[in-house]
Design a protein around this ligand. Structure first.
Ligand SMILES: NC(=O)c1ccc[n+]([C@@H]2O[C@H](COP(=O)([O-])OP(=O)(O)OC[C@H]3O[C@@H](n4cnc5c(N)ncnc54)[C@H](OP(=O)(O)O)[C@@H]3O)[C@@H](O)[C@H]2O)c1
Length: 280
């Protein structure tokens, strides 16, 4: 039933949103899977030029074909590991050479460091910050000159709802996400003079490939969104008000709107997309 929920949501919603993005230039870091890919599909359907950045060449190639089929007016796969500053610089150099400017940057990659406070080594903490925080910082730094060359700019950083409802077994992950939210707020202030709008989108539980790996590991069918939410309640104690996890097709359009020209006055905001909670 649940996989049919996700499928029918995608079919019902489609990806076309009329966000005024025809010809806009977009980089989605972490855009080959999960929520990043769902957002990239929305940009493509609106006629944007979309670059996806990730480490796996085969996934990049597949995603580029998919985005062109969806309606992207150009698509390119940027192979880079965001923990490698030289690779990030080279990726954005490709964007400069191809488009000369950049309107939208979405930073979707998150740290994959689990463990409670007493389990974590210094190396774990450094890894969480390197991938989950500095990865975003490096991409923003490389993107800014290109965004300043464009008529308008938007940055969306993906944080997590867990910054508001703590989970003891996600200490470093959550701390890194809190840093992302804080840096985003700070950037919204410093980039306001350039009219570059900078916002955070904070997901609850979404059945991405990343969450599917966790679900499979604890013997839950990742396609059953109701079973996934029951597992979230059991393992993390934080069910959403809705009785199921989200499909990535339900958050892609939110990310795309916040990153679009239709968003003209929201900056420094943290947008929860979490199926309902007591936090706002
Ligand atoms: N899923 C959830 O329920 C949930 C809940 C709250 C917050 N979040 C956050 O939401 C964001 C998206 O999560 P998701 O679950 O949709 O993602 P995901 O399915 O885990 O996909 C991660 C993407 O990032 C890329 N990536 C990973 N490491 C990278 C690196 N070192 N350099 C460059 N690219 C890298 C991956 O491609 P390669 O492996 O090929 O590099 C892939 O495209 C993350 O920030 C996550 O922390 C997720």
């Amino acid at each position: 039933m649940a996989s049919s929920v996700a499928k029918s949501l995608t079919e019902r919603m489609g990806h076309k949103m009329d966000l005024g993005l025809a010809g806009a230039t977009v980089v989605v870091q972490g855009g080959t899977q999960g929520m990043g890919r769902a957002a990239a599909e929305c940009f493509a359907a609106d006629g944007a030029k979309v670059a996806v950045l990730a480490r796996t060449r085969a996934d990049l190639d597949k995603t580029v074909v998919h985005l062109l089929e969806r309606g992207a007016t150009d698509a390119v796969g940027l192979r880079a590991d965001i923990t490698r500053p030289d690779e990030v610089t080279a990726a954005f150099d490709q964007v400069r050479d191809r488009w000369g400017e950049l309107n939208i940057l979405v930073n979707a990659t998150g740290p994959n460091v689990g463990g409670g406070f007493e389990d974590l080594t210094d190396a774990d903490w450094f890894a969480a910050v390197d991938l989950g925080v500095l990865g975003m910082v490096r991409c923003v730094r490389a993107a800014l000159p290109l965004m300043r060359s464009a008529d308008w700019g938007r940055i969306v950083n993906i944080s997590a709802h867990s910054t508001k409802r703590q989970t003891a077994s996600l200490t470093a992950y959550t701390a890194a996400k809190a840093m992302v939210t804080s840096i985003t707020k700070n950037l919204s202030l410093s980039l306001a003079k350039d009219e570059i709008l900078v916002n955070t989108v904070s997901p609850g539980s979404f059945a991405s490939e990343g969450l599917a790996r966790w679900a499979t590991g604890v013997d839950i069918d990742p396609d059953d969104l109701y079973a996934v939410m029951r597992g979230i309640k059991e393992h993390f104690g934080h069910p959403a008000h809705l009785p199921r996890a989200g499909a990535t097709s339900e958050i892609g359009p939110v990310i795309a709107f916040v990153a679009s020209r239709r968003n003209t006055y929201m900056t420094g905001a943290n947008v929860n997309v979490d199926g309902g909670s007591d936090f706002c």
